[in-house]
Design a protein around this ligand. Structure first.
Ligand code: SF4
Length: 362
């Protein structure tokens, strides 16, 4: 993996129940999973299946679909029977859609018990979930808190979010339903962190984490990374979604990078490269990109370093398993900080890849 996992002693103490959605286990000692949401109209089976396939191939472990209509709920049976990845239906305001989604074979529901109908409707949905072994994610968002709670706290504060989640969860508990997980999401990173910390210290259900409406492009990715790191480094978060505007496949790439950076999970080889400086005499950016591309289908957890100079390169990258240090017209291949080979510039990439392949076989 790219980083060492933070020792437990630096995290808050938390014992989390395990919830199973399809064959995905969330909580307990299970690794933090990565999920996303389709952007297609769920009623359009063909387009939705095509996007699910792409997400699945990218490593998405749970896929949520919006179910705003009966048409969408009906489409779920064709969709769920055609895929293996666990699916969750996202439903607001209409408990009948939740029941129809369960009938169609959905693996779990994301609802907000506060807006799905009255108590008897929630009871009906809970009973159907119990019959089918489908968990519920209670999703609390800073933008859609109950008026009463918002007024009491003077706005969508962390405490207000935690209270909203607690109320909904307490109601599920009263109904004898424990197969749930919770998300508390804000667009504000610190509110998001505080809300999850308050809740995590009182409840043992798995937490789905994410920064809601993080935005798009680099700023959305950075905001999400900061938000996720601030929770995961404290030991809070069992599954996550990186909400970015645009192609959801990017959400998986970013999620994986965040988990690998925190040492939570490993997804194959990691390429590290030096920032370059006045000593650099080779095109580090291009070489690192080519090596990264060539390693896409490698499965081992090798750490590969691409460094700009032989003065500091091997030493700076001594944590790497293997690496390359560029010089004038030549490149040094090094293993665990020791130089093992000198090759001409034009053969650098090939020689490095040869060594990596050898290490994969060893
Ligand atoms: Fe500069 Fe060498 Fe360090 Fe790269 S490894 S930043 S080229 S000193």
């Amino acid at each position: 993996s790219s980083s060492e996992k933070l020792p437990e002693k630096f995290k808050i103490e938390r014992r989390v129940r395990t919830v199973e959605i399809g064959d995905l286990k969330i909580g307990g000692d299970h690794p933090v999973s990565i999920q996303s949401m389709t952007t297609t109209s769920t009623a359009d089976v063909e387009k939705t299946l095509a996007q699910i396939k792409k997400l699945d191939e990218a490593g998405c472990e749970l896929i949520r679909l919006a179910v705003p209509s009966s048409e969408a709920a009906r489409a779920l049976s064709s969709i769920s029977s055609a895929v293996d990845v666990p699916l969750m239906a996202d439903i607001h305001f209409n408990h009948r859609l939740a029941l129809k989604s369960l009938e169609a074979g959905i693996d779990g529901l994301r609802i907000n018990p506060g807006n799905i109908g009255g108590r008897s409707e929630v009871r009906e949905v809970v009973r159907a979930c119990q019959n089918r072994g489908a968990p519920i994610r209670v999703g609390v968002n800073s933008g859609s808190l109950e008026d009463e709670i918002r007024e009491k706290h003077g706005g969508p504060t962390a405490e207000a979010m935690a209270e909203s989640a607690a109320r909904q969860v307490d109601f599920l508990q009263e109904l004898g339903f424990e197969d749930y997980l919770v998300s508390l999401k804000s667009t504000d990173v610190n509110t998001n962190t505080a809300a999850n910390l308050i809740f995590a210290q009182k409840y043992d259900c798995p937490l789905h984490i994410g920064i809601t409406e993080a935005g798009f492009g680099r700023s959305g990715e950075i905001k999400s990374a900061v938000g996720m790191a601030s929770l995961l480094s404290r030991g809070v978060g069992d599954t996550m979604r990186i909400s970015l505007t645009g192609d959801p496949v990017r959400e998986i790439e970013v999620g994986r990078k965040i988990l690998a950076s925190l040492g939570e999970r490993s997804f194959g080889p990691e390429v590290i490269s030096c920032p370059t400086c006045g000593r650099t005499e080779i095109d580090i950016e291009k070489i690192a990109a080519e090596i990264k591309k060539a390693l896409q289908n490698f499965s081992s957890e090798l750490k590969v370093a691409v460094m700009g100079c032989s003065v500091n390169g091997p030493g700076e990258a001594s944590q790497a398993d293997i690496g390359l240090a560029g010089g004038r017209g030549t490149g040094l291949i090094f293993k665990e900080g020791e130089v093992i080979k000198k090759v001409p510039e034009e053969e650098m990439i090939k020689a490095l890849l040869q060594e990596i392949k050898q290490m994969e076989c060893d």
